[in-house]
Design a protein. Structure first.
Ligand SMILES: Cc1cc2nc3c(=O)[nH]c(=O)nc-3n(C[C@H](O)[C@H](O)[C@H](O)COP(=O)(O)OP(=O)(O)OC[C@H]3O[C@@H](n4cnc5c(N)ncnc54)[C@H](O)[C@@H]3O)c2cc1C
Length: 583
């Protein structure tokens, strides 16, 4: 690196923009292939690893030993059928996303687990069932449980790649540059070689080619701002004060800048149909700003499926926020009643954990910004989990003693903190008292206490009769046929109003922003494609910025655990392809 008058300039064979999981995987692959790598990130080193550090570490695997041990009969054929049923690809631009989907499912059913295992990644043996569905055989969701939680959660999946890159730093082949925010791609037109020695780069050894907007010429580097040093803790917003500029000359640029979930303005602008809820919680750090995707578009890269997003309706306010409006997602078992803001049950099959997008759409269409889970102490004890590494200290810390407590009655770990201190959690002895508290919380008399009591009592009558017509109760009974659910996720159906299961609990749920399903269009080698379908030389994209591959590998809906996996698969592909192109 050279530096003068607050201008840094770097050279590397491969530059990776964004030090989240996809960037780290891509960088590790390029280093493995013998390339010198520069990794840029706008955040301080404290936030290394991006969103993956915060993640629950759920990974989509197909026909794994863990599944087989639990008696689950999975196959690549079934997984692909589930994927395509959920994705519902229906656009011309879905060509590459569909190709990515096929390749990714084959990876998840093939070498993915063995590859991760060889890197030291291990899994919690009790596979979880995310997105249970409730539609027909060709509809959305998983037919079987596939959500494998990494032992060590998010930090556990980052660890091998960080270790590999630390080795590269020691070898002088890998460098990190934190507080470096990329703002432009440098391109060179025909007649310019990959090192940028043509007309655009002819003014001297460190002179750089000009940035050219709106072309599909070769990418030969990038430029940006150096931000002032920051002591912001992991995930907290950091200052955007610019103290200098930088340029990088590279033979390949890999864009791994993440999605848009931290940028509410963009989320609202791209919301399908334009009618985003009036109030949103934020489920990702503020660094997930989506800005760099537009830089790629300016350089000719094609952005597709930007209206496809994966936000959650089950968000609660974090009582210890790290980033502004910090929300946490409840991962609920199937027993709570899910009511809209006016106290009506959501339609079948929108039970907790069945079809989060379906529930989201339904709730948003009511015109209110919240909905409710109604449950009791028995249900919360067993069925409430929270997404995020910090909310699961047993799995994150690989603490077997703490983990054993999960199956003990009455021990609900971090959920207790929300019950005690979370503004969304209400408790009462009767439905009428609960309704009064719900109305007080929202400041509107939308919940009728008598109607709430009748609704729960009618459900309880169904429990008492043993058989019954209530689809949710039948779904609960069906879930308990699977060992993990029976052991740690689903309580036996019981009368919710029975005092021994009380108190009653209401949890106000708000919409929580999280993932982008669309993004930069790429081919199977992670090469960024222009609108005419031609690859842009020297430019690659992976992870959430690339819609986890192709510009939208999930189509309209995801099966869960597919995001970290998408970062692994597309990051690996980008790192390998960039290294090969450089060679
Ligand atoms: C709480 C939580 C739980 C989750 N749980 C799961 C789960 O269990 N399973 C699952 O599959 N997925 C899960 N996810 C989603 C998954 O973690 C993310 O989709 C994934 O980690 C995204 O990785 P990425 O590398 O694409 O982007 P990011 O992690 O967002 O990294 C992008 C990086 O790029 C940097 N950057 C952005 N713009 C610039 C720029 N212009 N210049 C320089 N740097 C820039 C950012 O600072 C950031 O460090 C979870 C996410 C969260 C937040």
């Amino acid at each position: 690196m050279s530096s003068s008058e607050n201008t840094d300039s770097f050279e590397a064979e491969v530059v990776v923009v964004g030090a989240g999981l996809s960037g780290l995987v891509a960088a590790a692959e390029a280093y493995n292939a013998g390339r010198s790598v520069l990794i840029l990130d706008q955040e301080p080193e404290a936030s290394l690893g991006g969103q993956a550090h915060w993640s629950f570490g759920g990974i989509f695997l197909v026909d794994s030993p863990e599944q087989r041990h639990l008696g689950v009969k999975d196959s690549a054929e079934l997984a692909l059928s589930d994927w395509l049923g959920s994705a519902a690809f229906d656009r011309v631009e879905d060509h590459w996303p569909r190709e990515w989907a096929r390749a990714y499912v084959a990876f998840a059913a093939g070498e993915k687990r063995a590859w991760l295992h060889s890197l030291g990644v291990r899994f919690f043996p009790l596979v979880q069932w995310a997105e249970r569905g409730g539609y027909d055989a060709q509809g959305h969701c998983n037919s079987v449980p596939r959500f494998h939680v990494v032992w060590g959660t998010g930090p556990g999946i980052l660890q091998p790649f960080l270790a590999k890159l630390a080795e590269g730093v020691d070898a002088g082949m890998v460098r990190y540059a934190f507080r470096h925010r990329a703002t432009a791609l440098l391109t060179a037109g025909p007649g310019t070689d990959a090192a940028g020695t043509g007309a655009a780069g002819a003014a001297g050894p460190h002179a750089l080619p000009q940035s050219v907007e709106g072309t599909t010429d070769s990418v030969i580097g990038l430029s940006g701002d150096v931000l002032e040093p920051s002591d912001a803790v992991r995930g907290a917003p950091s200052s955007r004060t610019v103290v200098g500029t930088f340029t990088v000359r590279a033979r390949a640029v890999i864009v791994t800048t993440g999605g848009i979930g931290g940028n509410h303005e963009l989320v609202r602008r791209q919301w399908p149909g334009g009618k985003a809820p009036g109030y949103l919680l934020t489920g990702v750090p503020a660094s997930v700003d989506g800005e760099f995707q537009f830089v790629v578009a300016k350089a000719g890269g094609s952005l597709i499926n930007t209206d496809r997003m994966w936000h959650y309706p089950e968000g609660i306010h974090n009582f210890e926020p790290v980033w502004p409006n910090h929300g946490i997602r409840i991962l609920s078992g199937p027993s709570p009643l899910w009511l809209d803001a006016t106290g009506k049950r959501l339609p079948v099959p929108l039970f907790p954990g069945f079809d989060s997008q379906g529930a989201l759409r339904h709730i948003v269409a009511t015109g209110y910004t919240h909905s409710w889970f109604i449950l009791n102490r028995t249900i919360i004890n067993k069925e409430f989990a929270l997404s995020g590494s910090e909310q699961n200290p047993d799995l994150t810390g690989k603490d077997l003693k703490l983990l054993a407590k999960r199956v003990l009655p009455g021990s609900i770990g971090p959920v207790q903190g929300f019950l005690d201190r979370g503004i969304d959690f209400l408790q009462a002895g009767t439905a009428a008292q609960l309704a009064a508290k719900m109305n007080a919380l929202t400041g509107a008399d939308l919940i009728d206490g008598e109607a709430l009591h009748d609704l729960i009592a009618a459900r309880d009558l169904q429990v008492r009769c043993g058989l019954g017509k209530d689809t949710q109760l039948n779904a609960i009974r069906s879930a308990r046929r699977f060992a993990t659910d029976k052991l740690m996720r689903v309580v036996p159906p019981h009368e919710m109003l029975a005092p021994e299961h009380g108190p009653l609990i209401a949890v106000r749920l708000s919409v929580l922003t999280r993932k982008s399903l669309g993004g930069i269009q790429t081919d199977l080698r992670s090469r960024v494609l222009a609108a005419d379908g031609a690859p842009i030389a020297g430019l690659f994209a992976a992870g959430e910025a690339a819609g986890f591959g192709g510009g939208g590998v999930h189509g309209s809906r995801a099966l869960e655990g597919t995001f970290l996996g998408g970062c692994l698969f597309s990051g690996r592909s980008a790192g390998r392809a960039a290294a090969a192109e450089v060679g």
